[in-house]
Design a binder for this molecule. Structure first.
Ligand code: 4NP
Length: 236
């Protein structure tokens, strides 16, 4: 599971467009269960507002689905909750640093830095040019998704080894788990916030699946897909 937070100033034009465009691209590639996109702003001025009407019109025109949006200002805890924190312009990046502090895990990037034409995405709130914003955001989202797919091996047609699958599952679990050694086994409780969900995974059992079972790879793949689906439902 890879989590991306798109960030702009007001969270009513560029970053929600990024969120919905990115979701649409991921869905078209069958990756909607494996990448989560959200958006936020860096000001409280627009809190609670829906996406700008012109941004909605532009998404309608391009056939990109979206939902009722409520603008929110980014919080410091978003830094640990997301894998990628993607600003639209240099001012957003500075504001993100002001909110989150030092980018110790190199999560903060500007969207068009993933393209071969790195630059700011002009704010259509001021320019009125939503077509240009859309084109830039689409270009950036395509490049970002390509980068994430390659970096995180989001490809279920790939021939994974058992070790790679166990490691993917384990990485996912670590984000949500309170790890408690018990009876010589590691028990993973999946916790989101204070909520403990009723999945428990005994890693040692998974390793024992691995040993000789010829179904190990399909079993682990299905397990990983189920897990992603489970996490996604609780995130939404
Ligand atoms: P955005 O554009 O950062 O792309 O959402 C803006 C929207 C609203 C404001 C500024 C920028 N505002 O100041 O209200």
């Amino acid at each position: 599971m890879v989590k991306v937070l798109f960030v702009c100033l007001g969270n009513i034009c560029r970053s929600p467009m990024g969120e919905f465009i990115f979701k649409d691209l991921a869905k078209k590639e069958g990756l909607e269960k494996f990448v989560i996109a959200r958006s936020a702003g860096t000001t409280y001025e627009t809190t609670g507002q829906d996406m700008h009407e012109e941004a909605k019109l532009k998404l309608n025109e391009k056939g990109i689905p979206y939902r009722r949006h409520r603008a929110r200002r980014m919080q410091k805890r978003d830094y640990s909750n997301f894998n990628y924190i993607i600003g639209m312009d240099e001012q957003n990046i500075q504001n993100i640093y002001n909110i989150c502090g030092e980018d110790t895990q190199s999560k903060v990037h500007k969207l068009l830095d993933y393209t071969d034409c790195p630059k700011d995405i002009d704010d259509p709130w001021y320019t009125g040019n939503f077509e240009k914003a859309y084109e830039d955001i689409l270009k950036g989202c395509k490049a970002l998704l390509k980068f994430i797919k390659e970096k995180h091996n989001l490809n279920f047609d790939k021939d994974y080894t058992k070790e790679e699958l166990v490691s993917l599952i384990y990485e996912d679990m670590k984000k949500y788990a309170a790890i408690t050694p018990s009876d010589g086994k590691i028990i993973e409780y999946f916790a989101l916030g204070s909520k403990i969900i009723d999945i428990r995974v005994w890693i040692s059992d998974m390793y024992s699946i691995e040993l000789d079972d010829e179904d190990a790879i399909p079993t682990l793949k299905n397990y990983y897909k189920d897990l992603e689906e489970y996490i996604r439902r609780f995130e939404n």
